[in-house]
Write a protein of this length. Structure first.
Length: 74
């Protein structure tokens, strides 16, 4: 597994609350959800992700597909 770069992120409390709910709906950690959202944004923008372990991205939590069923949002 590749090493991970840790950094501090400041978020509006409402954004964090929404991310927490989304992560729970998708059965991901908040960190995994943030990485998933960022990877999707990079992909949609046509940006390449250059990683040393790009041969096995399926091992990463953030790359796992979202479950087919989702709970109703409150």
């Amino acid at each position: 597994m590749a090493t991970r770069k840790a950094f501090l992120i400041r978020l509006d409390p409402a954004v964090l609350t929404a991310l927490e709910a989304w992560a729970a709906d998708d059965l991901r950690s908040i960190n995994g959800q943030i990485e998933f959202v960022l990877r999707e944004a990079l992909r949609k923008a046509g940006r390449k992700i250059k990683t040393a372990d790009s041969a096995a991205p399926a091992d990463r939590e953030a790359d796992a597909p979202a479950p087919a069923t989702k709970r109703a949002r409150r």
